[in-house]
Ligand binder design. Structure first.
Ligand code: MG
Ligand code: MG
Length: 255
């Protein structure tokens, strides 16, 4: 069931979203060549603690995973698309890093992800990240009352396909609220004019994830969490939680 949020609930979700934005900014500032993924997890955990917020990710145990998620961030490096478990791995010059983070404040969640490069960027990675951001922005712009959910999915997918990227079809956006993942599901491809009618109070995460190699297939690591491109090509993932309102889409996880 799709739960529309009241103005008061949206205000709480904005608070959760602010904690998410602050944590991602802190992680981005700390990420550098030689820093480990576990150290980045600690940075985000400190922001959670000082905000008095709870992690949406830690102990989260969806049906597809063999074990609960053990950290507060997902840290997905290079050919890892999403759901990377933070490890002792230390970032190398030129690594493409995607960090996904969720926080819960007063029972409501926010969910957002950033992709960035540490050290010397490769031009193809800069383009991949810019294109993924373009797709997110197009998806957000399509999240207008009176439209359909398919408008959002189509806006995201059209940019990914036009620029030659692969899209992992079984993972994408979702409703956000009292649960981090709730109805509706927001695929990264779709048909305009189809699907759920968008109404004020609908809160969804839009999260394009594109694979540079152009293939849609991916493999799951032995840990049951990290998704990797089959061809070793790099992937980017950028996400915001947004609200559909009477005056257009509002980004709840904006800084
Ligand atoms: Mg996320
Ligand atoms: Mg999400």
């Amino acid at each position: 069931m799709v739960e529309l949020k009241t103005e008061a609930e949206l205000a709480v979700m904005r608070e959760a979203g602010r904690v998410v934005a602050n944590a991602l900014a802190a992680v981005r500032a700390a990420a550098a060549v030689g820093v480990s993924l576990l150290e980045l997890d600690e940075v985000a955990d400190d922001v959670l603690a000082s905000a008095g917020a709870k992690s949406s990710f830690q102990h989260y145990h969806p049906h597809f995973a063999p074990t609960p998620f053990p950290a507060v961030i997902c840290a997905s490096v290079n050919d890892v698309i999403v759901h990377g478990i933070p490890s002792e791995y230390r970032l190398l010059d030129g690594d493409l890093v995607s960090v996904d983070f969720g926080a819960c404040v007063d029972g409501f969640h926010g969910d957002s992800a950033i992709s960035f490069i540490v050290g010397t960027p490769r031009p193809a990675d800069v383009a991949l990240i810019a294109d993924t951001r373009d797709a997110l922005e197009a998806g957000i712009a399509a999240a207008r009352a009176g439209g359909r959910l398919g408008d959002v999915s189509a806006a995201v997918g059209e940019i990914g396909r036009a620029r030659g990227y692969g899209i992992p079809s079984s993972f994408g956006g979702h409703g956000v609220g009292r649960a981090m993942h709730e109805a509706p599901s927001v695929p990264n491809e779709g048909r305009p004019g189809r699907g759920l009618s968008l109404r004020p109070g609908l809160t969804i995460a839009i999260e394009p994830m594109f694979m540079a190699g152009g293939r849609d297939r991916f493999v799951t690591d032995p840990d049951g969490w990290a998704l990797r491109t089959v061809d070793g090509s790099r992937a980017a993932h950028i996400e915001h939680t947004i609200a559909v309102t009477g005056s257009g889409p509002v980004i709840l996880t904006a800084p």
